[in-house]
Design a protein around this ligand. Structure first.
Ligand code: PLP
Length: 345
């Protein structure tokens, strides 16, 4: 890896961040707070929340095994996807490389930040060789995006190839593990100390059943986390979200139970879907959804909409012609889907 300073935009490296009242005084001994122009009435939402979410990060450490210094929390993964562009990529000059097809936000954020986005096509098994990703890089490539398990394909990307990218690429490698709770693969976040250029993304939106509260995580070296904390909005994770996230993290056995039910349903659905006359192929999945190639994705999608059932039509996505992406629902919801599909002509 190049020195972090050389990878970082000069204005960000030298940035003096906004210093909030809650930053300047963060001790717990005081009891009269007249420093932040807050309203003294309306407890507890009258107070600004902890800008670095110390209490929540302690709970996340207990569950995810990553200490607070190595953890960034943001307004969904969306924020953790956007920040690396703003930290590392000079608009109009630098570029990023990503697997294709993958999650759409990496490209949208590149476009918003005026950063060239270089997609590299997966093979027919939705896998990629490190050589192919590295061949797309030049001296202005700052980030390589890998999503594993990948969305919308559902498969885990070969770990050896990811490790090859991590060891050979001189810039930042971001591995989005939004779906790792549904996979048997050991999460890459445990390898942070081995790879100083690694950023791993996690989210509360999928296995943790909390898409509404908008809480995303990035795990990386202390130095990268410090940059992210410097650039983020001062109070980027609101108090209600922090409190609700702590509640959910206290109920991790619920989450384990939900994940197990989803995995059981996944097995059942993948098998049953393959038997449908409309099904041409069900792709292997390590996530809480599966991708399937069908006889007529658009027709089946429209038909299901009429039945009040919404799946994701990926027909226009590269390598996904005539593919639908189907999220695993409750047993009842899944049965409704199959009931409708068996009636399709
Ligand atoms: C759903 C998903 C996320 C979650 O995004 P949030 O902003 O945290 O809700 C992140 N990455 C991928 C690949 C996803 O599919």
């Amino acid at each position: 890896m190049k020195p972090l300073k050389d990878l970082t935009r000069p204005n960000i490296w030298s940035l003096a961040p906004y210093s909030s009242a809650r930053n300047e005084y963060s001790g717990h001994t005081a009891h009269v707070f007249l420093d932040a122009n807050e309203n003294p009435y309306g407890n507890p939402l009258n107070r600004y929340p902890d800008p670095l979410q110390a209490e929540l990060k302690k709970k996340i450490e207990a569950v995810k095994g990553i200490p607070a210094d190595y953890t960034f929390l943001g307004n969904g993964s969306d924020e953790a996807i956007d920040l690396p562009y703003r930290i590392f990529c000079r608009p109009g000059i630098d570029n990023v490389v990503a697997i294709e097809p993958t999650y759409g936000m990496y490209c949208v954020c590149a476009d918003i930040n005026d950063v060239e986005y270089r997609p590299v096509l997966l093979d027919e098994q939705f896998q990629i060789k490190a050589d192919k990703l590295l061949a797309a890089c030049d001296e202005n490539t700052k980030i390589i995006w890998i999503c594993s398990p990948n969305n919308p394909t559902g498969n885990t990307i070969d770990r050896q190839e990811i490790v090859n990218v991590l060891t050979r690429f001189q810039g930042i490698v971001i591995v989005d593990e939004a779906y790792s709770d549904f996979s048997r693969e050991r999460p890459l976040r445990y390898e942070l100390l081995k790879y100083p250029n690694l950023i791993v993304l996690n989210t509360m939106s999928k296995a943790w059943a909390s898409a509404a509260i908008r809480l995303g995580m990035a795990f990386a070296s202390k130095e990268i986390i410090a940059l992210m904390n410097k650039v983020k909005y001062p109070y980027n994770v609101n108090l209600l979200t922090q409190q609700q996230a702590m509640k959910v993290l206290d109920n991790r056995f619920d989450v384990e139970r939900w994940v197990n039910m989803i995995l059981q349903e996944r097995g059942r659905m993948v098998e049953a879907f393959a038997q449908l006359p409309i099904c041409e192929k069900v792709y292997p999945t390590d996530a809480n959804f599966f991708l399937a190639r069908v006889t007529d994705a658009q027709g089946i999608y429209d038909y299901l909409v009429e039945q009040g059932i919404i799946v994701r039509n990926r027909n226009r996505v590269k390598l996904c012609k005539n593919c639908l992406r189907i999220t695993i629902g409750t047993r009842g919801e899944n049965n409704e889907l199959f009931g409708a599909l068996r009636q399709y002509k």
